[in-house]
Design a protein around this ligand. Structure first.
Ligand SMILES: [Zn+2]
Ligand SMILES: [Zn+2]
Length: 355
């Protein structure tokens, strides 16, 4: 994931943001709760970090203490090593200092959470990354009533409207079957945490024209999830000894960065595809060197963002991650007290792998 430094820690322009941020504020490390003395998804090392999910732009190394859901924990340990990680179940309330916190399903990847923080009767919810459409893998997104909602808006423009997952899966199956009929492997680029397993669950029912093979990075994440009891269809890990001819009609899941690499060349004249929300934009697929783009995102689309925000009942919405400027303006036009939370890391961009 590419990181770009943006206006870290600088309040957005105008009175819309500079109102007192009572329950949460922003420090040089990230979103901070003074009442509980903790940060949420901080981008620089802190004493106590509450983490929404295991993607690298949210779960950074170097914090002294971590708190995440029990479902997110195994992948975080896999990625961050021996961290001091305490876990919490969805909807369990915990007192931290003078604040009470709870984690609620965000529907983004397994274990992903929105974090609810309450102090003196005022409730704030930090969405993390979220996806309202159930994906058959993650605990489904649940709206959490609050006064202030901090919402990601990775795809916060009206051009981003997803079709139902079942339709996209059918499209991918057709492409896979076509390639198999022509004697070609299908190389599908998908992020190793979340998207790859969602595709596995959607496509791995044995009805495809061949087996599903996995790149090492994806297989490693699958192994962690299987070990924690998440049911995933069978896969064949690709190793240096793997002979593609032994797996006719294969669908090969690999991180997008592996498409077009030496690793992919072993599959010869394969067809390449990418599954990402960014495939909704012309030009992105060409830049990423894929034959086919499938619009499949683990984030909310335009309608999903708007519906999720409405469902919280929040009067104030602070946006972060993505098209913050236009999305804030749109929300202000809808009557919300809307602002922007500037973050130091914009991890998930068109250049990133995560969507
Ligand atoms: Zn994420
Ligand atoms: Zn993210």
């Amino acid at each position: 994931m590419r990181r770009r430094r943006t206006e870290c820690n600088r309040p957005g322009p105008g009175p819309r943001y500079s109102r007192v941020m009572s329950v949460l504020t922003v420090t040089g490390q990230g979103l901070y709760c003074p009442a509980g003395d903790f940060h949420i998804d901080p981008w620089a090392p802190v004493d106590r970090a509450l983490i929404t999910h295991g993607h690298a732009d949210h779960a950074r190394p170097g914090h002294r203490r971590y708190l995440a859901t029990d479902t997110a924990a195994p992948v975080m340990r896999h990625r961050l090593g021996a961290i001091a990680l305490d876990t919490i179940r969805y909807a369990e309330t915990r007192r931290i200092g003078a604040a009470s916190v709870s984690f609620h399903p965000a529907g983004h990847v397994p274990g992903s959470a929105q974090i609810r923080v309450e102090h003196k009767g005022e409730v704030w919810v930090v969405s993390g990354d979220y996806k309202p459409e159930p994906d058959g893998l993650s605990d489904p997104f649940e709206p959490v009533p609050c006064h202030t909602f901090i919402s990601e808006c990775t795809f916060g423009l009206p051009v981003f409207r997803w079709r139902p997952q079942a339709q996209v899966m059918a499209e991918i199956r057709d492409w896979w079957a076509e390639n198999a009929a022509r004697g070609r492997a299908s190389l599908l680029g998908a992020y190793a945490l979340g998207k790859a397993q969602r595709l596995l669950v959607g496509l791995g029912d044995g009805a495809g024209p061949g087996p599903i093979l996995t790149h090492g990075a994806i297989e490693a994440t699958c192994r962690v999830m299987r070990a924690q009891g998440i049911a995933l269809p069978d896969t064949v890990p690709v190793t240096p000894e793997t002979d593609p001819r032994a797996h006719p009609g294969a669908l090969v899941l690999a991180p997008p960065s592996a498409l077009g690499s030496a690793w992919a060349r072993r599959f010869g004249q394969a067809s390449t595809g990418l599954a990402s929300g960014w495939m909704a934009l012309r030009g992105v697929r060409r830049r990423r060197a894929a034959d086919r783009g499938f619009v499949l995102s683990d984030h909310a689309d335009w309608d999903g963002l708007n519906a999720a925000i409405r469902a919280t009942g929040a009067e104030r919405v602070l946006v972060t991650h993505g098209y913050t400027g236009p999305f804030r303006r749109w929300l202000a036009e809808q009557g919300y007290d809307a602002g922007i939370v500037a973050t130091a890391w914009e991890g998930e961009t068109t250049e990133g792998d995560a969507e």
